[in-house]
Design a protein around this ligand. Structure first.
Ligand code: BTN
Length: 267
């Protein structure tokens, strides 16, 4: 598991019939797979272009943060997806979260849940993050969907991150189902994303809402929303709206939180 032969040919093999829908590059090292793919997208790279890296030297996280990973300890990749002209974009990152969660569950992994807007948790700790960046000026819209998943706790991970992080190697598995090799895992995630993105283009987030709510880690829980510039906002999580907005019951009534530029913390 988590090995070894992480090559373009091995990924194509693992993708089987879907290999023709993706154009995958595996880099030993790069700054950020999102940054690389954004550049390729701006010069016209087609939907389905994927860059995976064994190591990122400047991985990007949400809210301008860094994404910490260590060589071989994380699966880090980005997928370019071009959407039809009138496709909705709201809730895209939540739909991606649902696709990833379902793929892990299909691998027999228990304890996966979702934290708004786009974290994947394993037994309440962060297993994976999603960073979606829209390609500037692209019309119809195009999204670079970046995913970082901890396979093991990355060596040298800062202590504060370590406290809240999970790794796939810690997953509870249904009996007799071994964890997959990294290429197999990537292929499973890409396959799930492929199906989800096709559905999303037609039906938008409503097609994923129920599946998201079912996996919502903080439903009916007291939370705080922390922003860089705004005051913390306290309330009770009441799931998500039809467009992926978080519904928060606050002292001033129910509020719809649209901006992803906040972090949610359990109170
Ligand atoms: C988050 O902050 O939770 C989102 C993290 C997203 C990290 C991934 S790793 C692959 C891709 N390339 C990047 O530079 N970032 C994303």
């Amino acid at each position: 598991m988590f090995d070894e032969a992480f090559s373009v040919a091995a990924v194509a093999d693992a993708l089987g019939n879907l290999a023709c829908r993706f154009d995958v590059d595996v880099l030993a090292e790069c700054d950020s797979t999102n940054a690389r793919l954004l550049t390729l997208a701006e010069s016209g790279a087609p939907s389905g272009r994927v860059i995976a890296a064994l190591h990122q030297t400047a991985g990007r996280g949400r809210r301008g943060r860094n994404w910490f990973s260590a060589p071989g300890d994380s699966l880090t990749f980005s997928l370019l997806w071009r959407l039809p002209p009138d496709a909705p974009l709201s809730g895209l990152s939540l739909a991606v979260g649902v696709a990833l969660a379902c793929a892990l569950e299909d691998l027999g992994i228990a304890g996966v849940s979702l934290k708004w807007p786009n974290d994947l948790l394993l037994h309440g700790r962060k297993l994976a993050g999603v960073l979606i960046e829209l390609v500037p000026g692209a019309s119809p819209p195009a999204a670079v969907i970046g995913i970082g998943m901890n396979l093991r706790r990355p060596q040298g991970m800062p202590e504060d991150l370590c406290r809240t992080a999970a790794a796939l190697i810690e997953a509870d598995l249904e009996a007799d189902i071994p964890l997959p090799a990294t290429v197999e895992l990537l292929a499973r995630l890409l396959t799930a994303l492929h199906e989800a993105l096709i559905t999303f283009a037609v039906s938008g987030f409503p097609a994923f809402r129920e599946a998201w709510q079912k996996r919502h880690a903080f439903n009916d829980c007291a939370v705080q929303l922390l922003g860089d510039i705004s005051e913390p906002l306290a309330g009770i999580c009441r799931g998500v709206d039809f467009d992926g907005a978080l519904l928060l019951e606050t002292a001033d009534g129910r509020q719809r939180i649209i901006s992803g530029e906040v972090s949610l913390r359990p109170s």
